[in-house]
Write a protein that binds this ligand. Structure first.
Ligand code: DGJ
Length: 740
């Protein structure tokens, strides 16, 4: 049984073969945290971990007859502010009398097999009850009339625990939730490095590491989407841990809106991690009998370094967060016309691009922005999801038929949440966007944000999208979102509910995704937000892949894809080969390197193959054939980061098939060397006792490749031998290892 309860000592022990998570009911009946980490033995009593015995000066105590029990010095499960704990709280409830103090006391608990769904929210799930067990702790604050349920799911395998909280107003007066985090975890020390994945448009998820220190460190978003600036994922690792060994804890929020990920180290070196909806501006009015469910957070413990942590996330998110028809299927190799044409295309031109791509083996053609309404530039058209007859005289269906006649599937771009003022939708419903009365409206790319907190708005967009999906029999949708939300205010909500708009907006987005994916279960959805501006687990629940970045340069992509891989599975990382000079950094990289990077993702092309030379087209044919032969290993194998682009000139990573019979290694060098040292790279995850051929040659035991290493020296070590391939800047190699 993964959830053990010791009645006498009031202790809960959530455990599987890898981890233990231990909690107790504190003397004041709040919930205390005792331990989270590597699996330890079950014992009835862990009360020694409470460390209550000392009296500390200048501390507030709860009872006059006890100078040991202060919440300030107790590790808790869902801390509150206002009595003896001065750290940032997990929850803040503004009550009718103006008080914000809460006191949630244990009332009971339930342990059930499997995992309940969270209504209206993306979350991990189980397919069989035996895959997990869920503990729901029920706590009550009788003064405020609020019931708090803390939900914990431990999966039978792997080091992951999913957590969330549900608050119900059981009183007679409305209250306001000013903060309701998904996870609060107090760790007994602060000997960690803090890792965040930050950047901006076109340089998303760059790894930043620093030592955790006393005080508060946090990342978050108040932009209405999880954003390219920070990701709702952080990790804490021991300073001595690395990719392959040592302790690491990852914290991930399954949410696509405003979030906060924070670690507060108090001056006793206790670390409190909070993860959830960003409290800034959040104010949810809870009427009597209403409940509020927080998004889900997932915390992963690994004692096998950062790769161990990532592999747990990959497995869980790939198999029990992503859903539906495409979850376990290899992803179609696609061509997208955006960088080939931008807004400048005709139907014939698109067919020309598709035809060449089909000849080379591409499986799916995606028509990007510009096919609808008066969309000839980014000034007009958003909201009018009807084909522009000047460009598509036979409608979307007509183009789809032509593409399918070539033997390819057809997909389409939408930006469902947005509106241009120059659109029929705006002319008909000028009040359907988010705007603050009396204030100027800021635009982003000349577009405004539809009020997705309103059911009628979501209904309308659903109607337009489903009509096209049905008529044109689309196989794929790219769902874009190209601006942050400003002047966030809904014309449809009263003043005391305006603090709900950001969250209601995201619930509206989830609702639209839910309805479309339910009605069109075989359509592949790819999420996008100016590239990776909403690359988060919330989206992954609906769209099993996401366009990782608008930066399609192979060198830049090393960092973006490497950073993404800390939490997100390779099958979710949208990656394409694009033209050179690259459109974002104007760099010229070899075609083989562009493909070698894109293989470790969904793979596709973002250019017009007709514009390539004959030999280049031939190379593309070979790339596509390569991808098709190794797609399962690349997208669904066990992924290992071997060398970091954040630390040097060389990057390396690899994917190993489930049965360890095949592995694909990617090796990339940014700038070339001359007369360079010999190099080898130690591999991971192979079967030590089996022999592998490398690119069809030789025979090397798995243990040799893992302990001696794979030789990666190339022509840069000396003069190029006659007939040999010279090395160059931005060079790379992909090695295929196959068991003999
Ligand atoms: C931003 C996306 O990331 C691009 O790939 C492209 O779809 C453009 N939007 C279209 O406007």
């Amino acid at each position: 049984m993964p959830v053990l309860f010791d009645e006498k000592n009031k202790t809960f022990h959530l455990c599987n073969d890898e981890i233990s998570y231990i909690m107790t009911i504190l003397p004041n009946e709040q919930m205390g945290q005792l331990y989270f980490g590597k699996r330890i033995h079950q014992r009835p009593d862990y009360s020694y971990l409470l460390e209550l015995a000392t009296h500390r000066p200048v501390t507030a105590y709860l009872r006059e007859d006890d100078r040991t029990f202060s919440l300030e010095h107790v590790k808790q499960e869902y801390g509150v502010y206002g009595t003896t704990d001065f750290r940032q709280p997990a929850v803040e409830v503004l009550q009718e009398n103006g008080s914000r103090l809460s006191d949630f006391r244990y009332k009971g608990h339930q342990i059930t097999p499997g995992k309940p769904r969270l209504a209206g929210l993306p979350a991990t799930y189980t397919e069989q009850d035996s895959e997990a067990e869920t503990l729901v702790l029920t706590l009550e604050d009788p003064v405020a009339g609020i019931t708090l349920e803390l939900l914990y799911t431990i999966f039978a395998e792997g080091g992951a625990i999913a957590r969330s909280a549900r608050l119900t107003n059981c009183g007679e007066k409305a209250v306001h939730l000013l903060s309701a985090m998904s996870l609060c975890l107090d760790l007994p020390d602060c000997e960690y490095d803090w890792m965040q994945f930050s950047g901006a448009w076109a340089r998303e998820r760059h790894l930043k590491t620093r030592k955790l220190t006393q005080g508060i460190q946090s990342v978050g978003s108040r932009r209405g989407h999880s954003s390219p600036h920070h990701n709702p994922f952080i990790a804490l690792k021991r300073p001595t841990a690395d990719e392959f060994q040592g302790e690491a804890i990852g914290f991930s929020l399954i949410y696509s809106g405003n979030f906060l990920a924070q670690a507060e180290v108090d001056t006793y070196n206790v670390t409190r991690v909070l993860l959830g909806i960003h409290p800034s501006g959040f104010d949810w009015k809870l009427e009597p009998q209403e409940s509020f469910q927080t998004p889900e957070a997932v915390v992963v413990y690994s004692d096998k370094g950062l790769n161990g942590m990532s592999q747990t996330f990959h497995h869980l998110y790939q198999t029990r967060l992503a859903r539906g028809f495409w979850r376990d299927r290899e992803r179609p190799i696609l061509i997208n016309n955006w960088e080939a044409t931008y807004f400048d295309f005709t139907e014939d031109r698109l067919v020309e691009i598709a035809q060449k791509a089909q000849e080379c083996g591409v499986e799916l053609f995606v028509l990007d922005d510009g096919w609808f309404g008066k969309r000839c530039s980014d000034h007009a058209g958003l909201g009018d999801w009807i084909a522009n007859p000047d460009r598509l005289p036979n409608g979307v269906s007509g183009l789809a038929r032509r593409i399918e006649a070539l033997g390819m599937r057809f997909g389409l771009w939408f930006e469902p949440e947005m509106i241009n003022k120059d659109s029929d939708l705006y002319r008909a419903h000028p009040d359907w966007l988010l705007e603050t009365p009396g204030r100027p409206m800021s635009h982003g790319r000349f577009q405004y944000v539809l009020d997705f907190s309103r059911r009628e708005v979501v209904d309308h967009i659903y109607g337009m999208m489903s009509k096209i999906l049905e008529e044109a029999k689309l196989s794929y949708i790219k769902w874009d979102m190209n601006r942050s939300i400003t002047e966030c205010y809904s014309n449809a909500l009263p003043a005391d509910r305006q603090g709900e708009v950001f969250h209601r907006y995201i619930l509206g987005v989830y609702d639209l995704y839910e309805r479309l994916t339910a009605r069109f279960p075989e359509v592949l959805f790819e999420s996008c937000a100016s590239g990776g501006g909403r690359f988060d687990p919330g989206m992954l629940y609906y769209a099993p892949q996401a366009w990782a970045s608008d930066d399609s340069d192979a060198v830049e992509r090393l960092k973006i894809q490497y950073g993404s891989s800390f939490c997100y599975p390779i099958s979710s990382i949208g990656s394409h080969v694009s033209v050179v000079p690259n459109h974002q950094v104007f760099r010229i990289t070899p075609l083989h390197t562009r493909a070698n990077v894109a293989y470790f993702g969904t793979f596709g092309y973002e250019l017009d193959l007709n514009r390539l030379t004959g030999p280049e087209q031939e190379e593309v044919r070979k790339q596509i054939a390569f991808m098709k032969s190794h797609r399962r290993t690349l997208q669904f194998g066990r992924f290992y980061r071997l060398k970091s682009p954040f630390e040097g000139n060389v990057t390396a990573w690899m994917s190993v098939s489930e049965d360890q019979s095949e592995a694909v290694v990617g090796w990339y060098r940014v700038l070339n060397d001359v007369n360079a040292p010999f190099t080898r790279i130690r591999l991971q995850g192979l079967d030590p006792s089996r022999c592998y051929q490398i690119d069809g040659k030789g025979c090397f035991y798995g243990d040799e490749l893992m302990h001696v290493g794979l030789i990666t020296s190339d022509a840069s070590t000396g003069e190029v031998p006659v007939g040999g391939q010279p090395s160059c800047d931005f060079d790379s190699q992909v090695f295929v290892l196959k068991v003999l």
